[in-house]
Design a protein around this ligand. Structure first.
Ligand code: AMP
Length: 345
């Protein structure tokens, strides 16, 4: 067994909540650090509610745990500078810095031989016209930092050009046939285990459903797993990572990487013996990884805003595993829970 007794998690949202539950099954406690409301706090042994800039609170948090991880990628650098001097952080600093900035991320992906959408740096509004001349239309302008669930994105098409308001990257529009993601784990010993790629459907930039199996040919799914493994190895990664890919007739294009458990991996809770959350805890705690085998066909549906009206019906379905995040009032665009429907097994 590992000598990790307590894991510190930066961020207290639903991902932290499900990580805490998974850790508890292995006899490991979680201490959550979260400046706002913390749905993860309901199921954790300790919560520190403080700003990431509150270094006294950060120091006390770090000293109370054996190892630190995070459930979101926008952890401020100054917080990492402090935490790193006290306890190990997994996944490592490089994984965070690569995924925090879309320019750095795409450059890294190209450097290790993977294909991304064509892209151009757009540091300010004045640089937009040149970038459009290089990349063409249609294209998508995305803020380099802090974008998620389609936020901070503007489509550059035939109408008047909009500006995101922050340093951005202009990406060529990819005519993909489908969107898939690979949830991959890498342990402290360098072993890698991937879950089956899932087929993702988005609406308004937000993930609606993930379906496994994804229905694509084995050469495509194998290639997707190989891409994800290449990224994990290149980053000397420890933990679970989500890699989103576009499938095109010319091959796979990496859209983005998330250095954490990922919404498109929630199906593993119903499809696998060791789900992505336990897999991450195992990796961070230095325990052997589960092998990632899938035992059922699953459709994961996010419950966003008013989708909560479906809860009675979902509870009545014999083949649905329901997860609610304990977040209070539903609001448009707010992820309130998800349902894993077993469609075969
Ligand atoms: P992102 O925040 O980068 O994951 O983008 C959210 C969603 O927008 C993706 O899942 C795609 O459906 C779509 N999208 C993002 N980038 C592109 C692109 N370069 N070409 C076409 N669609 C895109």
């Amino acid at each position: 067994m590992s000598d990790i007794r307590t894991i510190g998690i930066l961020g207290g949202g639903q991902l932290g909540r499900m990580l805490s539950v998974a850790a508890s099954r292995l006899g490991i406690r979680c201490h959550i650090f979260e400046p706002g409301d913390a749905p993860a706090g309901d199921v954790s042994c300790q919560v520190t509610k403080a700003a990431y800039e509150d270094h006294d609170a950060m120091r006390a948090f770090a000293q109370s745990v054996d190892v630190i991880t995070y459930e979101f990628e926008n952890v401020p650098t100054s917080a990492l500078d402090l935490l790193e001097t006290i306890r190990p952080i997994h996944p490592n600093r490089r994984a965070l810095s690569v995924s925090q900035d879309r320019m750095t991320e795409k450059t890294f992906l190209n450097d290790i031989g993977l294909t991304t959408a064509p892209f151009a740096d757009v540091p300010d509004e004045d640089a937009l016209a040149d970038a459009i001349a290089t990349i063409g239309r249609p294209s998508i302008l995305k803020t380099r930092r802090m974008g998620y669930d389609g936020k901070g994105q503007v489509r550059i098409g035939d109408g008047p050009d909009e500006w995101t308001g922050a340093p951005s990257v202009l990406e060529g529009f990819v005519n993909f046939t489908s969107e898939i993601s690979v949830i991959i784990a890498r342990g402290t010993d360098g072993q890698v285990a991937a879950f089956d790629p899932g087929l993702n459907a988005h609406e308004d930039g937000i993930l609606r459903t993930t379906t496994v199996p994804c229905g694509l040919q084995a050469r495509i799914t194998t290639d997707a797993v190989l891409c994800a493994a290449r990224i994990a190895n290149a980053l000397d990664y420890v933990g679970v990572m989500g890699v989103e890919l576009f499938v095109t007739p010319k091959g796979l294009i990496v859209n983005e990487i998330a250095p954490r458990v990922h919404n498109s991996g929630h199906w593993t809770q119903a499809g696998c013996v060791v789900d992505q959350f336990e897999q991450h805890i195992r990796a961070v705690a230095g325990l052997p990884l589960g092998d990632g085998k899938r035992y059922a066909d699953v459709v994961m549906q996010n419950l966003i805003g008013d989708d909560m009206d479906q809860v009675p019906e979902l509870l009545a379905s014999p083949n649905v595993q329901l997860h609610l995040y304990g977040k209070g009032e539903p609001r448009p665009g707010r992820k309130m829970g998800h349902a894993n429907r077993i469609v075969a097994g």
